[in-house]
Design a protein around this ligand. Sequence first.
Ligand SMILES: CC(C)(COP(=O)(O)OP(=O)(O)OC[C@H]1O[C@@H](n2cnc3c(N)ncnc32)[C@H](O)[C@@H]1OP(=O)(O)O)[C@@H](O)C(=O)NCCC(=O)NCCS
Length: 515
Amino acid sequence: MTDGSSAPTVAELMSAPVVTGTPDETLAEAAARMREKRVGSVVVVQDDKPVGILTERDMIRIAAAGADTSRARVSEWMTPNPDSVAPGVPAAEAFASLSEHGYRHIPVVDGTQLVGLVSMRDLMRIAQVQPVERPAAEVPKGLEGVVVADTTIGDVRGLEGFYHYRQYNAIELAEKRTLEDVWYLLFEGELPSLRQRDEFIDDVKPWRTIPIEVKELLPQVAALGGPDAPPLDMLRTTYSMMAVDLDYRPWLDGSRAELRAQAIQTCAVVPTLLTALYRLKHGLEPIDPHPDLPYAANYLYMMQGEVPKPEYARAVEQYLISTIDHGFNASTFTARVITSTGADLGSAVVGAIGALSGPLHGGAPSRALAMLDAIGTEDKAEPWLRDAVERGDRLMGFGHRVYKTDDPRSTMLRGIAERLGGPKVDLAKAIERKAIEVLAEMKPGRQLYTNVEFYAGVVMDTCGVPREMFTPTFASSRVIGWTSHVLEQSADNRLIRPSAHYAGPPPPQPVPDVA
Ligand SMILES: CC(C)(COP(=O)(O)OP(=O)(O)OC[C@H]1O[C@@H](n2cnc3c(N)ncnc32)[C@H](O)[C@@H]1OP(=O)(O)O)[C@@H](O)C(=O)NCCC(=O)NCCS
């Protein structure tokens, strides 16, 4: 401690010497150095002065943009003139002033001389253990914009209306690839070759079958609740039974191979569980997986009892691909929080299903379709929508925490809906236009546009998926995202344990005797 006080300074936490780069070198050279030195950033230096910083996050951005790293220069992609911090500044102070910018690596500069690099993670560790009067970092309600982890699975760029899985545009994947390919990409980090695809499909197939002990219990679960008991709640219950039956244990006590096998099994069996429960609820016999059908076609087959039309199977497959992952959404974050405790994969998935069931997250597509029905005809749209917003209701299928422009999934699904045709498409398009106008006028500045759920309902309805199965269908693809995040979180884990700002009556107050 430099001044005799107990507050550690940046100098005590920083790493030195710093791994540096130059503006003129290629991205490939800088990336190779990051890998070799096992660091998350290079400070770009000219004449001994830091002029920029290039981080792992930039490398993901670069990969997503498809830049040629053997030619592109560091100067084109670095963040120029990065904020820096002086070595003598107390760690907590540096943390508080820098966290608001979302930086993760900050050059430490003495005068004009680069003397070290400090990561936000180091600062945060110190800032949090200090007895502070107020929380170390005040974050916005709902954690909006707060970066809580590093991930290489994917990301969402809300202002651009873009999201990606690994380094690929997710919409392009949905246009060009199969669900199994994208599943493989998320689990393995690369797209499969034809041979790898076939092997993966063969690996997955046996796991689609429901274990017999659980299968025998399904009729009892399907009989619980009323006739409209949500299939997602039944999935939560039966999947939890399966995790017990198959002895899923805390991953901290098991091997990676076991955890991966559980992840594959979970993703493979969820569609079978969902469709079996749905059929039982309606007095129908469950249908076993079809040995020759790929994921999406098999899902419709197990639900509807007949091999679906190829155009319907493909439309549902594209929807499923587009909803596999989407940044740190509430259910994914839930899965990661549970995983961070070392708990079993089953617990993480059960928690994620619970989070997804809320209307603000996954529960909207049937409500969006219900809104179309309630409006009925184009001429009634405007008064209906105005009344709803005036009452303070939310228009289902509009608004998004991250997208402040068109949700690319809704754009793709609108295209699919148009391709499939059907009675609801024209009405949906007219209502969409009106809703955006009404929201822009009555909720100015909130940037409310169509989200994934608006056309998801229209597409699934056209493909014969009943409304009660809309959110469950979403769950059947998102489980691939959740389990990918479980695998990632467990590979580099730290317990996720934030703080809250206590806002009640000041403690300690005397505990009254019982009157
Ligand atoms: C998705 C959603 C939960 C994001 O919420 P959020 O980022 O927390 O946004 P907020 O709740 O802070 O809303 C900001 C403002 O926009 C308004 N708003 C947001 N979505 C709205 C909608 N669909 N209809 C009407 N107003 C909406 C809110 O009323 C609020 O207005 P205010 O400033 O006058 O209070 C929200 O847009 C929503 O409820 N949409 C409808 C449900 C839906 O489609 N869910 C599926 C999501 S993929």
